[in-house]
Design a protein around this ligand. Structure first.
Ligand code: NAI
Ligand code: CS2
Length: 486
């Protein structure tokens, strides 16, 4: 447990009166990222006198919520650079709930309090129960099937938010804004889509109410926050003088661009490092394609090549050059960002990836590939197909995902695939031969690839060629050869 009295003097603690905070925000998904990003930003504002506090909710696992409660709703964030460490105690949390332990009714009740003006979330892409290729609700998702039958006792994120909106509308309370902080393009639109589409299947009047009264601001979020490991906890405990099970470590970089579209007010996040803008989409696309696209590229190729961390990939000059070429030659041209030097942005991303104090595992980034490929790689592939330009590195990244989805590494050892569609992936793999048949089987997953890519002969041929090269020569030799000979 975190022991505040034992913390070294240089650790910053809340200098404000926590009892003055009000629970004006409910956040679903108390994961590593939220703890080091939105909660930290709101904590900085509390230092300036803001009373916007958070009720934190986890729907699936209760351990973190329990640990947080045991340490008076306090935890630490440590910013890690190669040559410096900077720890801060976060005090902006006012309540914490666990969907299973406290019950979903307690969560709906918390979201239905008059003071609550914002519901935000970081629940990973799969939490939206959507079809990644189209952004529409997946009506066959087991949690959605459940929620349609039990609208007042939901399991899914869309079902939960809908239940709380209904409760507030019936009680004639002011509506809240719903803000996704997950890595999806137009994350506000995706969130509105799934919630409105679920409402339309239950109660058309409620769907109309949402369209008229609820806003769904989109956001671009950026800060590399790896999952904590045993060795990270050990190192941090030595610094903190006690073990904080809720601790997170993050890179120093922080960016949060928010569409300024809140229906019942918002904290002045712009006073603590966020940017409030009219249109987030250009920022989101830039970050998702340049950063997350190159991350996924490095994750699949790097994992197969035996590189445990992103910083290990950066130590291989061919991988580093390939990541930069992917960003500059194949992602940057697809963007409508104005006034941003994309070469400088690419250089800054490479510098962030080189931070060896951040142990960001390729395996972690490789999770949930079916939810990530469309916005990170495939949208750009489509742009190049429409413009008649070359996108070999993007296709190499997709082929590496296909090789990874085979679930056997280059040493013949099993890979534990973590993906909500892992059963479908396993079926595709079991029913297809290596090579073109495997590529075609995976391309036929419409939830990921839509309809168009499987019908494009050039895409199939290039993916097959890269896939074969990866199986025959391995990822390291494939990347080296590509960068040496094109
Ligand atoms: P995490 O694994 O620490 O936390 C994931 C959270 O999502 C947990 O609270 C979990 O309870 C919840 N969750 C998972 N599946 C869910 C479901 N089906 N329904 C409801 N809740 C569900 O992961 P982390 O690092 O917090 O990342 C979460 C998301 O934040 C990412 O997927 C990404 O979209 C976004 N993000 C993460 C960054 C990072 O560097 N870690 C940076 C930028 C964005
Ligand atoms: C990563 C992101 O896990 C992943 O898929 O690409 O979480 C990445 O670290 C963040 O988006 C950085 O802001």
């Amino acid at each position: 447990m975190l022991e505040i009295d034992r913390l070294p003097a240089d650790v910053q603690r809340p200098g404000y009166d926590r009892s003055q905070l009000k629970t004006r925000m409910v956040h679903i998904g108390f994961g590593a990222f939220h703890r080091a990003h939105q909660a930290l930003c709101s904590d900085k504002l509390a230092e300036q006198g803001s009373d916007w506090g958070y009720c934190e909710v986890n729907l699936n696992s209760g351990e973190l919520i329990q640990a947080l409660r045991e340490q008076a709703l306090l935890y630490t964030v440590t910013e890690m650079a190669d040559d410096s460490l900077n720890t801060r105690v976060i005090g902006v949390i006012t309540a914490a709930l666990h969907g299973k332990g406290d019950g979903i009714e307690a969560v709906i009740n918390a979201m239905s309090q008059p003071d609550v003006a914002i519901v935000s979330m970081t629940v990973t892409e799969k939490g939206y129960c959507h079809l990644p290729a189209s952004g529409d609700l997946n009506p066959e998702h087991p949690d959605i099937v459940h929620d349609l039958a039990h609208p007042t006792a939901p399991r899914s994120l869309p079902g939960l938010i809908l239940a709380a909106i209904r409760r507030r509308r019936d009680a004639e309370l002011a509506p809240f804004s719903v803000m996704s902080c997950d890595n999806m393009p137009e994350n506000g639109h995706v969130t509105r889509n799934v919630i409105v589409q679920l409402a339309q299947r239950q109660d058309a009047a409620l769907a109309d109410y949402i369209q008229q009264h609820i806003t769904f601001p989109s956001t671009m979020v950026d800060r590399i926050v790896p999952a904590m490991t045993d060795s990270a906890f050990k190192q941090l405990s030595a610094r903190l003088g006690s073990c904080d099970p809720v601790a997170v470590e993050a890179e120093p970089f922080f960016q949060w661009v928010i569409e300024d579209n809140f229906v019942s007010g918002r904290p002045a996040w712009e006073n603590a490092g966020a940017e409030l803008v009219k249109d987030v989409l250009p920022f989101e696309e830039m970050k998702l394609r340049m950063l997350n696209g190159s991350h996924s590229f490095l994750a699949y190729l790097g994992f197969l090549a035996g590189y445990e961390h992103i910083s290990d990939c950066m130590a291989d000059r061919h991988f580093r050059a390939a990541a930069r070429a992917l960003m500059v030659d194949e992602q940057a041209p697809t963007l409508r960002t104005q006034g941003v030097d994309l070469h400088a942005y690419a250089d800054s991303l490479i510098a962030r990836y080189e931070n060896r104090a951040i142990k960001h595992r390729t395996y972690q980034i490789a999770t949930d590939g079916t939810q990530k490929l469309p916005q990170r790689l495939l949208d750009s592939v489509r742009w190049h197909l429409a413009n008649g330009s070359r996108c070999d590195l993007l296709l190499l990244g997709v082929a590496a995902w296909m090789r990874y989805a085979g679930a056997v590494d280059e040493q013949g050892q099993p890979i534990e695939i973590r993906d909500p569609l892992k059963n479908q992936l396993a079926e595709c793999v079991a029913n297809s031969e290596e090579g073109e048949a495997r590529v075609r089987a995976l391309l036929a997953m419409k939830a990921v690839f839509g309809e168009d890519l499987a019908e494009n002969a050039e895409v199939v041929a290039k993916l097959t060629s890269f896939y074969q090269q990866l199986t025959q020569q391995g990822a390291r030799a494939t990347v080296h050869q590509f960068m040496d000979h094109g």
